[in-house]
Write a protein that binds this ligand. Structure first.
Ligand SMILES: [Zn+2]
Length: 269
């Protein structure tokens, strides 16, 4: 499942191929991919719209059109690609946009969890999201105060998109290891100093993920290199890069979680 760095990488790759192009026609192959409006209204509204910009909010892609915004969430297996020249729909294609300059934007999604919206105002879709971890809003003072307002285990809280937007299983495990915090640590027991280290760790793993074009851990995301630099994620049984202790896999909130039992000793409950 793509997290913030993977979505950011996809956008950086798509941007030069999409900016300024106009949408000539659409082919919606799986109706459930489109949340709103209706398929008929979507086809009518998006025709002749020009792609003016493309950016990321949390794990969403936001394509700014002349009038509307096309919002895409890739979820488990969604992928977006731009094809030059004639294009024959593939088995897993859910939405195809024919663009000017002989380009085709293809949304393929084998597992069908990905979703697309065409809206006037994207704020409605984004209204429940917490702050962006790479924005100026994400300060250690904010993080410390926000952690104190809840009594939740750290990892599930960091995965909660309404608390902080963009983190998933990989980057949360990596950040908690870097910050030497156990995933089950109660959020309201985190000190100011720990919150500052956690903030820096979250930023550092996300920035490294972006620098390495994300993590390519399955066939959907190509070209990323971050998987070769994981500290703990998926490395159970291997030595911790800091202390050499064997990395363990535990389950936290139904998610496979990777920790160093020495660096991330659970001292508070
Ligand atoms: Zn360790």
């Amino acid at each position: 499942m793509p997290e913030l760095p993977e979505v950011e990488t996809i956008i950086r790759n798509l941007r030069p191929a999409l900016l300024g192009k106009q949408i000539l026609s659409t082919n919606l192959l799986w109706n459930h991919t489109l949340v709103s409006p209706s398929p008929a209204m979507f086809k009518k509204s998006i025709r002749d719209q020009q792609i003016q910009d493309i950016f990321r909010r949390a794990k969403f892609l936001q394509v700014k059109l002349s009038t509307y915004h096309l919002i895409v969430h890739l979820r488990m297996s969604g992928d977006l690609l731009v094809v030059l020249g004639g294009y024959q729909p593939g088995k897993h294609d859910r939405l195809i946009l024919q663009l000017t300059d002989d380009r085709t934007l293809v949304f393929s999604d084998p597992r069908k969890f990905g979703r697309v919206w065409l809206v006037d105002n994207p704020a409605k879709i984004f209204q429940t999201l917490g702050p962006e971890p790479l924005s100026d809003e994400f300060t250690s003072a904010w993080l410390h105060a926000a952690l104190q307002t809840q009594h939740r285990q750290l990892k599930p809280l960091l995965l909660d998109q309404s608390f902080l937007a963009g983190l998933g299983n990989i980057y949360t495990d990596e950040a908690l290891h870097m910050a030497r915090l156990h995933p089950l640590t109660p959020s309201d027991s985190v000190t100011k100093e720990e919150a500052e280290i956690l903030r820096m760790s979250i930023r550092e793993v996300l920035e490294e993920g972006i620098r390495r074009n994300g993590a390519s851990i399955d066939w959907v995301y190509r070209g990323g290199d971050f998987q070769n630099h994981f500290r703990v994620y998926g490395r159970q049984g291997e030595p911790c890069p800091v202390c050499g202790t064997k990395i363990e896999r535990i389950v936290v909130g139904q998610r496979g979680t990777h920790i160093c039992p020495t660096c991330q000793a659970l001292t508070k409950l």
